[in-house]
Design a binder for this molecule. Structure first.
Ligand code: HEC
Length: 219
């Protein structure tokens, strides 16, 4: 019985794992998460505030926390990235009402604070690079990852004025920013992990020395 449940669990997780890497009608492109570079995350934040924040809130995050974590001087942040007069300590909410959004777009743009955990980072990365023109859709575009999506291709101008590599870098920074914001303390946790391991190493060497002393007396 025990074996059966373990096998069942294994297959359930296995099928979840298989799902994670499919991106709608295509396979997800490979994406390597890297949230250790503040310049990249600042770049992602800037794209987010300019192109996404009009529709998608980050309501579990505060402006000041992001500014502190990404090492952006708070006055620079307030003057350049807060457009609605919010205070730095406030949550990153937007003023778009559900009713207006549904009238204009046909759907309410979801909050994206936890998006990188709900979907995988490779899903976001692939999605934002998979718009194609489709005259049967209201905005003239469709998406390979998210069929008949109600979100317009908001980065169309950017994509058409850049090389493919430049555009991929913009989306990569944006995706990394969304990964950071979905778990802002993960960088500190990893740092702490290193200290804990160093401590254990140090402690083990002292314990070993002590063990040697005790052993001498036993002889
Ligand atoms: C004009 C408003 C608007 C803007 C600007 C916008 N979006 Fe969207 N977005 C939407 C809507 C509406 C949906 C829901 C689509 C649907 O349900 O068909 C959506 C869906 C999404 C989803 C999928 C959510 C899910 O898991 O189902 C992601 C990811 C996303 N947007 C990211 C972004 C990013 C990143 C930007 C900035 C580059 C952006 N959006 C800018 C309106 C917008």
């Amino acid at each position: 019985m025990k074996l059966l449940s373990i096998l069942l669990l294994f297959f359930t997780f296995n099928s979840f794992a298989a799902d994670e890497y499919s991106c709608g009608s295509i396979e997800c492109d490979e994406f390597k998460v890297n949230i250790s570079n503040n310049a990249d995350l600042q770049n992602g934040l800037s794209t987010y505030m300019n192109y996404c924040y009009g529709c998608h809130s980050l309501q579990y995050s505060r402006y000041k926390r992001v500014a502190d974590d990404l090492e952006i001087p708070i006055d620079l942040y307030v003057n350049n990235l807060i457009y609605d007069g919010s205070k730095p300590g406030e949550l990153m909410k937007i003023s778009l009402s559900k009713e207006d959004a549904v009238n204009w777009l046909g759907a309410y743009p979801p909050d994206l604070t936890l998006e990188a955990r709900v979907r995988k980072p490779e899903w976001i990365y692939t999605y934002l690079r998979s718009y194609y023109s489709d005259s049967s859709r209201p905005y003239g575009v469709n998406n390979l990852v998210y069929k008949n999506v109600s979100m317009p291709h908001v980065l169309e101008d950017l994509q058409s004025s850049m090389t493919e590599n430049e555009y991929n870098k913009v989306i990569s920074d944006l995706t990394n920013f969304l990964v950071y914001v979905s778990d802002p303390s993960s960088r500190e946790r990893k740092q702490m992990g290193v200290y804990v391991l160093l401590f254990l190493l140090l402690f083990t060497s002292f314990a070993f020395l002590l063990y040697r002393e005790y052993k001498k007396e036993l002889k």
